[in-house]
Design a protein around this ligand. Structure first.
Ligand SMILES: Cc1cc2nc3c(=O)[nH]c(=O)nc-3n(C[C@H](O)[C@H](O)[C@H](O)COP(=O)(O)OP(=O)(O)OC[C@H]3O[C@@H](n4cnc5c(N)ncnc54)[C@H](O)[C@@H]3O)c2cc1C
Length: 334
């Protein structure tokens, strides 16, 4: 039944129209690490309609050795049932060792039905992946017991080992435009392309300002900011640095910032170049969302605050005293 992909690592590329969503490149960075550790080949799975050849080349540039393409007019819009059936056909045909998707709405929807159809295991919402040297098994790290422990999960019995990974938990690799690989086209049966779902329309969510998950600089505030009014200082600093304002869950729960700005386990994972944590203690659930930041600066009045262990630079002081001085210094330097 299966062809010879038993030592392949697959990542799912999310095509929205002709081009892959950015999370597809983050998955390739995870996949490259895993495939190299296993001395396996890395394949990206592109599913959709009218997939552009240049966009397939981007998947090679970002680390894929091979791209499986399922390109059918019936797959122009995302329908959970036909996508699952087509991917099930592909997975059964080539039998990869590992299959990774993003923990996005689409990735979660597909993987939660695909693993059941195949009879494999699935670890959802991983924040880290690795390979166990002795066995070559996938180690899937994810928060458990209300986020109080980080569990390491293996699925040794069934194949493929399947998981979803949080978006923004890894930066994409630097693309190499000269990289090329093999393209394998898979033709699903007509039965696989049928759907009971009627597509009505796609409505984009209205948003205000730069989303934190896209920001290169995040200035985030916690309970130490002492009130919603003081978040204006964070907005001013974020504006000067060309960034966005983030928040701890405590600040969100207190109504000082919207949930869309919450960083952490029950909020968003972010990977900015610079993360400035202001009056944030550095609870493990907060760190889980910002540990992928390039550099971390922390301002906290408590020299023992755990955030300093995660920071590259720190200022011990009253954030309401430090921030106005920092803002004034940046303004005068310009
Ligand atoms: C299942 C679960 C999921 C969770 N998910 C998240 C999540 O997604 N994101 C998240 O952030 N948390 C999350 N939490 C909550 C987390 O455990 C912490 O309670 C929260 O992060 C604390 O927020 P904080 O740092 O703003 O507040 P605190 O822990 O109260 O820290 C406030 C900090 O401000 C400092 N401070 C006080 N006054 C000043 C001042 N004038 N100047 C400078 N510093 C000052 C204090 O020294 C202290 O370090 C979760 C918890 C659970 C159980």
């Amino acid at each position: 039944m299966s062809a010879n992909a038993d030592n392949e690592v697959w990542t799912l590329a999310e095509f929205r129209g002709a081009a892959p969503h950015g999370v597809s490149f983050e998955l390739l960075a995870w996949g490259r690490d895993i495939a190299d550790a296993k001395r396996a080949s890395l394949a990206s799975v592109a599913i959709g309609s009218e997939i552009d050849g240049e966009e397939i080349n981007k998947l090679f540039a970002y680390g894929a050795d091979k791209v499986y393409v399922i390109d059918e007019p019936e797959l122009a819009e995302f329908r959970a049932d036909s996508y699952k059936k087509a991917l099930e056909g592909l997975t059964r045909r080539y039998a990869p060792d590992i299959f990774i998707a993003a923990a996005t709405t689409r990735g979660r929807t597909i993987m939660s039905t695909l693993y059941a159809a195949i009879g494999a295991g699935l670890t959802a919402d991983c924040t880290g992946l690795g390979i166990e040297p002795a066995t070559g098994l996938l180690i899937q790290t994810r928060p458990a017991i209300g986020g109080n422990v980080m569990a390491e999960i293996k699925t040794p019995v069934s194949k493929p080992q399947m998981c979803t990974v949080r978006p923004k938990s890894k930066r994409p690799l630097t693309p190499d435009a000269a990289r090329r690989g093999e393209v394998v086209r898979y033709k699903p049966s007509s039965d696989m392309l049928t759907s009971v779902i009627e597509f009505l329309s796609f409505e984009k969510e209205a948003s205000g300002g730069l989303p934190i998950q896209d920001a290169e600089v995040i200035v985030a505030g916690g309970k130490g900011m002492k009130g919603a009014k003081n978040f204006e200082l964070l907005s001013e600093l974020a504006y000067l640095l060309g960034g966005a304002v983030g928040a701890s869950r405590m600040a969100v729960d207190l109504g000082w910032a919207p949930y869309s700005s919450q960083v952490g386990l029950s909020g968003k994972s972010v990977t900015p170049r610079l993360y400035v944590a202001c009056g944030i203690s550095g609870a493990v659930q907060h760190i889980a969302g910002m540990s992928g930041a390039g550099k971390v600066a922390a301002i906290n009045s408590d020299p023992e605050a755990p955030i300093f262990s995660a920071a590259d630079m720190g200022i011990v002081g009253d954030v309401l005293d430090v921030l106005p001085k920092l803002i004034a210094a940046i303004k005068s330097a310009r």
